[in-house]
Design a protein around this ligand. Structure first.
Ligand SMILES: [Ca+2]
Ligand SMILES: [Ca+2]
Ligand SMILES: [Ca+2]
Length: 434
């Protein structure tokens, strides 16, 4: 309840800041007033004891406590007490929290539909007895790989939740959690985008049956780690809470999908850099624990590194850009998706335009964005793990054999920004995945 309040406030203030900085850049991540991430100094005391002290001594409202991704907590601090908290002997660092958005937030979708109408939902198609193979699944040839459906591999979807009752999805509810403050237990409540997390989940693991769609691996174990609220927005502190949970459960969770982002811009504030550094540390802890973190590059058509797009710019994560395919075949008609971010930190590309997948409340819808490229790769990574076992580290810089097993090399696409590195295409039917 407390966190829901904070997110609502951040949304309101976000709109305020939005108007203030609109002329400069309307898509930059914004500070969340009063909300901070605390990193504690190393000691024998656990983070929850230290967080309790901050509440008692300074009146801070503690939201999430971190024991794995970083040692710390997210707190709301009464005005005027910030310096006192920063000077507390337990506190190593106090940083401003910032907003994060689902990569496919409503404003992006409006942009897309204005330009080519590719974000229009196709409406529910449930009730039929025919299963559709979406063009993205066809493009990566997941439908041809009938020997490996990702059985025994757990993928955590860090998003708006997953519709627990969708007939074309099987969600591991026991392991699912909600860190967004919506108190859904991980169930999806994002009706503004038609179930952003549910859509990602369907690309990864929609069931192989006689209805709806087919996912990359129909036997992948789906876990919802809800870090975005009903509106599709969240915070760095909420993402760190999700990663804290993933890191604590790294023995089970092999892969994560992060279809969200925050952009600091070409000259970010020091407080954004400080906050990004803590988020970066949380991803580093997760990959060091053996979790492969797949993330969307983002939809601003910019270089992820020079524009400080996080988490896409972190070298340890597998970053995915979008190809615009319309017919489900890798052919000369494929072009670079005009909205996709790019850059040398991008590792692989996958379809991200008119992606048919599971919708909240049942049925399917069609959405566009790098949000939906990323889960094609997360699902294909799960196929790799099912076949080859887990690598000791999830660090993308150490995963060259994994990346080559899940991809095909390609030529530059029409419209592709030149960044010196032509990332391979995701491919789910290679010999290393059979
Ligand atoms: Ca195919
Ligand atoms: Ca199905
Ligand atoms: Ca094509």
């Amino acid at each position: 309840m407390i966190i829901r309040f904070v997110i609502l406030i951040s949304f309101v203030f976000g709109s305020y800041f939005f108007t203030q900085v609109k002329a400069q850049d309307e898509n930059l991540s914004q500070p969340i007033p009063g909300q901070y991430i605390v990193k504690f100094k190393d000691s024998n005391e656990d983070s929850s004891q230290k967080a309790d002290k901050l509440a008692t001594v300074y009146g801070a409202m503690v939201q999430n406590v971190y024991e794995h991704a970083i040692m710390g907590a997210s707190v709301n601090i009464p005005p005027g007490k910030e310096q006192d908290v920063a000077n507390d002997p337990d506190v190593e660092q106090l940083v401003q929290d910032f907003t994060v958005y689902a990569v496919g937030k409503p404003s992006d979708i409006d942009d897309n539909s204005m330009i080519d109408g590719n974000a229009m939902a196709t409406g529910n198609m449930s009730g039929g007895t025919v299963q559709v193979i979406p063009t993205g699944i066809n493009w990566v040839d997941a439908e041809l790989n009938t020997t490996n459906e990702g059985e025994g591999v757990t993928v955590a979807v860090l998003d708006t939740g997953i519709d627990f009752n969708h007939p074309d999805l099987m969600v591991n509810k026991l392991l699912s959690r909600d860190f967004s403050g919506d108190n859904t237990g991980g169930n999806d409540d994002n009706r503004s985008i038609g179930g952003h997390g549910t859509h990602c989940a369907g690309v990864i693991a929609a069931l192989d049956n006689t209805t709806g769609v087919l996912g990359v691996g129909s036997k992948i174990d789906l876990v919802s780690v809800k870090v975005l609220g009903a509106s599709g927005s969240g915070s760095f502190s909420g993402i760190i809470a999700g990663l804290d949970y993933v890191t604590a459960n790294a023995a089970t969770i092999a892969v994560t999908n992060s279809s969200f982002g925050a952009r600091g811009g070409t000259s970010p504030s020091q407080s954004f850099i400080d906050s990004s550094n803590l988020l970066h540390q949380a991803y580093q802890r997760a990959v060091n624990a053996g979790v492969i973190c797949v993330v969307a590059a983002g939809n601003d058509a910019v270089d992820v590194t020079s524009n400080n797009e996080v988490p896409a710019m972190y070298p340890e994560v597998v970053t995915v850009s979008a190809v615009d395919d319309r017919n489900g075949v890798q052919d000369s008609a494929d072009v670079w998706a005009y909205f996709s971010n790019f850059g040398p930190e991008v590792d692989i590309i996958a379809p991200g335009v008119n992606i048919l997948s599971t919708a909240i409340g049942g049925g399917t819808s069609s959405l566009s964005g790098t949000s939906f490229s990323s889960p094609h790769v997360a699902g294909t990574v799960a196929l790799y793990v099912a076949k080859n076992g887990r690598p000791a580290s999830g660090d993308a810089r150490l995963l060259s054999s994994l990346i080559s097993a899940i991809s095909k090399s390609r030529s530059p696409l029409p419209g592709e920004p030149s960044d010196g590195f032509t990332e391979p295409s995701c491919y789910a039917n290679g010999s290393g995945l059979q």
